[in-house]
Design a protein around this ligand. Structure first.
Ligand code: NOJ
Length: 533
């Protein structure tokens, strides 16, 4: 087993909270969340117990993809506030020992970025080679939102490449000027005092046209090292969004390589779905298998792993794989325990802390996401209207992008005092922070306890992971530190007996009463602690 260095181990102390600013809190009542809204909630984040914030893009953007189409990397979007607001936010977070990570969208810009505006003007424009242009739409790649990855541009009669939507042309990273520009962007934000970056679609920056590979080309390592040279030197946290398999994770996250700290690994998202918009039967034992595989793999090699069930691109895990109606509290807290006591870095997504669920709408007019709308348009003849809406309600990224429901007061539930950019959550009256915190089954209060337990016990951060064999239908594992061993017991949907001997004192559970024997009720969890003799 390879040991994780002390230098790297400190990242296991992080608990990151992801903010999608547009839907977090609107301070000036224009219907769009903003940075002052985030500033208002910094003490709330402290109270919850996180120590880092990942801010989704808040740069200037025409918002074809809610900020992931950046038109100026060195700016703050007007609708989100000013640079002074950003500075205040950073200072307030830092004053409370909370780090700030920015979202680096390095694979593509907006069509409105000045580089692209120049690039499309003529074939001999100095910016032409900042992007990929071709006389023919070849290789025949598909973009991630469906359809061809090439868009014809009348201006010069050529096609440009876009891995995501056509409003997001891919930067040509084979051009050293592009790499230099992006290095400057990274260093600009380091100068501003950020503590790290979440790197959007990072493996797409290296393409292999000859082999027909749209991402993970051999030059990825060289590019990443170049762009993050200073970030690595200064010990910043760098998490990449990559199509990561065992080989590529080792290659890009190995400590000596000076590339990334860790990557998001998405295997657990494919459970319970045939494709993005189609559910499939599943068992939570598949989840256990996946998690054990990655725990063992990363631990053995001294690598860091990311722990997350939710983000701004995914329907809520609780709704997909748990019971979001009559066992909402139990399944929310069970997923929290299963994931966040593993070895790795927890990432919470806004709303998760009060047990947010997927909403439900009848018509496409309630949706804003570019991917969802494209899917709707492309499939309207294939399915009946109700079948199609069922699929969209199941898989749309807008599931996670509804305004936070801070209070129990309709119609805006504390997000704003005006209609928001996207309709409020259809279940906000029932699922909101205020109601949750008043309840004796509060998901928020459970997260506070869970995160405090992690914070106060190094075994739950740095300790070794071992899965215990207790059959199907439950997940039992240990975290062994220098002085203590924690046993984490998570039952799945059905009541069952789980027999354990000598596991010590119970330090956390999600049922108020004891079952009185070794019976575990649906989604019941228990954490036990014992001293090593
Ligand atoms: C991944 C981001 O998480 C997503 O929201 C975005 O649409 C794409 N990358 C394109 O930037």
């Amino acid at each position: 087993m390879k040991k994780t260095s002390k230098q790297r181990e400190r990242f296991l102390d992080l608990v990151v909270y992801e903010i999608y600013p547009r839907s977090f809190r609107d301070s000036n009542d224009d219907g769009v969340g903003d940075l002052r809204g985030v500033i208002e909630k910094v003490d709330y984040l402290k109270e919850l117990g996180v120590n880092a914030v990942w801010l989704c893009p808040c740069y200037q953007s025409p918002n074809a993809d809610n900020g992931y189409d950046v038109s100026d990397y060195l700016s703050i979007a007007k609708e989100f506030g000013t640079f002074a607001d950003w500075e205040r936010l950073k200072e307030k977070l830092h004053a409370r020992d909370i780090k700030i990570f920015m979202d680096l969208v390095a694979n593509h810009t907006s069509v409105e970025h000045q580089w692209f505006q120049e690039s499309r003007k003529s074939k001999n424009n100095p910016y032409r080679k900042y992007y990929y242009w071709s006389k023919t739409p070849k290789p025949n790649w598909k973009c991630l939102v469906g359809g061809s990855a090439w868009e014809y541009d009348e201006e010069t009669g050529e096609y440009y490449l876009h891995s995501f939507s056509k409003e997001q042309p891919d930067l040509n990273w084979t051009n050293p000027k592009v790499r230099e520009e992006m290095r400057k962007v990274v260093d600009f934000w380091i100068d501003k005092g950020v503590d790290g970056f979440r790197c959007d679609m990072l493996d797409f920056i290296a393409k292999d046209f000859k082999k027909g590979k749209m991402y993970e080309g051999a030059r990825l390592h060289k590019y990443v090292r170049k762009v993050f040279r200073r970030a690595n030197k200064e010990g910043l946290f760098l998490v990449g969004e990559c199509q990561a398999n065992e080989k590529s994770i080792r290659a890009v996250c190995g400590e000596k390589r000076k590339e990334l700290t860790c990557v998001f690994q998405f295997d657990h998202f494919s459970i319970g779905r045939k494709d993005k918009f189609t559910p499939a039967p599943f068992s939570l034992d598949e989840l256990k298998k996946t998690l054990v595989k990655w725990q063992n793999f990363t631990q053995k090699r001294g690598l860091l792993y990311t722990l997350f069930t939710d983000n701004h691109d995914q329907p809520f895990y609780l709704s997909r794989l748990g019971n979001d109606r009559n066992l909402r509290y139990e399944s929310a807290t069970a997923f929290a325990t299963i994931f966040f006591l593993l070895r790795g870095i927890p990432f919470l997504y806004q709303g998760q802390e009060y047990g947010a669920v997927n909403p439900r709408y009848r018509g496409i007019s309630c949706f804003r996401d570019v991917e969802t709308i494209k899917y709707f348009e492309e499939n309207r003849l294939k399915y009946t209207a109700s079948e199609l809406m069922k699929k969209i309600n199941f898989g749309s990224r807008d599931n996670a992008r509804r305004p936070m429901a801070w209070t129990q007061t309709p119609p805006y539930y504390g997000f704003s005092r005006k209609d928001s950019w996207i309709p409020v959550h259809s279940r906000a009256e029932e699922v909101n922070l205020e109601r949750d915190r008043r309840s004796d089954k509060s998901v928020f209060a459970f997260y506070q306890k869970l995160l405090a337990l992690r914070r106060e016990n190094s075994a739950l951060r740095q300790g070794a992971f071992t899965a215990l064999k207790k059959g199907t239908g439950c997940f039992v594992y240990e975290r062994k530190g220098e002085e203590e061993i924690f046993t984490v017991v998570c039952n799945f949907e059905k009541e069952r007996e789980i027999s354990l001997k000598g596991v010590g004192e119970k330090v956390l559970s999600n049922y108020a009463s004891e079952s009185g024997n070794e019976k575990y009720r649906p989604y019941e969890i228990a954490v036990f602690k014992r001293k090593i003799k």
